[in-house]
Unconditional design. Structure first.
Length: 372
């Protein structure tokens, strides 16, 4: 992709940042295909194949069948009968992630990891004094391929919000740039459901208010957005205009890690809800493992068909030590809510009171939970 244009523009008389969002392509699955030639070109899912198993990651060959992360393994196998399940090797993924981080550090110290396989980089001022951010992104992707044998995609823009969106435009193994001149028009044409940070439930709520695109969102006043979306309304007002002043934060302190899912069909059965909780717990724990974190407070979020929302929390005497611990506590919070009079449209699991994962490893902590 020829990209002579860059983010070396000016707006409102002020210098703009040059932000790169690097996202590895099907990271876990690609590592497994790299290390096992027999898996190359085949549909691969990293995760457990048992009845309660969950897909942690899927190769692009598997994604073609609709297999995705956090999907129950039985569903994935039904969609792709030839799907090959591989048990995750997080120690390998962490080691590869460190190699990738070292490549980033060749260019800048302003690196904000989001997980093992993606990060923001601020290259406005970079170690090699390269003036064009798209050139740096190409160099980083080439170097990652040389060092790890894996492909990465990248998005380049003048802020984090647009860089994240840009990294999805030419996946896999590509990159795209959204310049200041292009940014507002790009956002205006984008469906709100494609905005990073706007989940399915919020997108559906916006659509009921007649907000289908970024242009529709831009047309609403800050007062209107605050009325319907609370404090998030100010954020929506800014990003609808392509504005995001958040800096890249190398040492950002995370307060919680969470995941939620909105269902196409409301859930009424406890068994189905427990299966969704298992998938969410796995997703949260994967992120915690990637960051070397654990936590003591588990929060369950439930949104009903009429949009009533409740939360239930439990703080444990010591840190959670694995996905199954997290799932068990969340299910214990869930069970008293059933049977339900109205369907459940959304479930969420969050882990907070975070600390280093070493706290859990230093002692085998019994949480006093059944079956643990």
């Amino acid at each position: 992709m020829a990209e002579p244009e860059d983010c070396d523009n000016r707006a409102e008389g002020a210098a703009l940042r040059k932000i790169i969002h690097v996202d590895m392509d099907a990271f876990y699955a690609s590592v497994e295909q790299r290390d096992n030639p027999d898996l190359r070109g085949k549909p691969v899912a990293v995760g457990g194949s048992a009845a309660r198993g969950v897909v942690a990651a899927a190769s692009y060959e598997a994604r073609a069948f609709g297999v995705r992360s956090a999907m129950p393994s039985v569903t994935a196998k039904r969609r792709c009968p030839d799907l090959i399940f591989v048990r995750p090797r997080f120690e390998v993924y962490r080691a590869v992630s460190q190699q990738i981080r070292a490549v980033f550090a060749e260019h800048t110290d302003l690196i904000e990891p989001l997980s093992l396989d993606e990060a923001y980089l601020d290259v406005t001022r970079n170690k090699q004094d390269i003036p064009i951010a798209t050139t740096i992104a190409l160099m980083i992707r080439d170097r990652i391929r040389q060092v790890t044998g894996l492909n990465a995609s990248a998005g380049i823009s003048y802020n984090k919000f647009l860089a994240k969106l840009a990294s999805d435009l030419n996946k896999p193994n590509g990159q795209a740039v959204i310049t200041p001149a292009r940014g507002p028009a790009f956002v205006a044409a984008l469906p709100v459901k494609g905005f990073h940070g706007i989940g399915p439930a919020t997108a559906a709520r916006m659509e009921r208010l007649g907000i289908l695109t970024g242009a529709d969102l831009r047309a609403r006043s800050p007062e209107f957005l605050r009325h319907h979306f609370g404090k998030a309304g100010d954020w929506y007002h800014r990003i609808a205009r392509g504005i995001d002043h958040r800096p890249v934060e190398p040492h950002r302190i995370r307060k919680s890690v969470g995941a939620e899912d909105t269902f196409s069909t409301d859930i009424h059965d406890l068994g189905a809800a427990q299966q969704e909780i298992a998938a969410l717990a796995d997703k949260v724990w994967r992120h915690c493992e990637g960051k070397g974190l654990t936590g003591r407070t588990v929060t369950l979020k439930v949104k009903y068909a009429d949009f009533q929302q409740i939360t239930r929390s439990r703080t444990l005497p010591g840190p959670v030590s694995g996905a199954r611990d997290l799932e068990t506590v969340a299910v214990q919070l869930l069970q008293p809510l059933f049977p339900v009079e109205k369907g459940v449209r959304l479930l969420g699991v969050t882990l907070s009171s975070l600390g280093s994962g070493d706290e859990a490893g230093e002692r085998q902590l019994s949480l006093g939970l059944p079956g643990l």
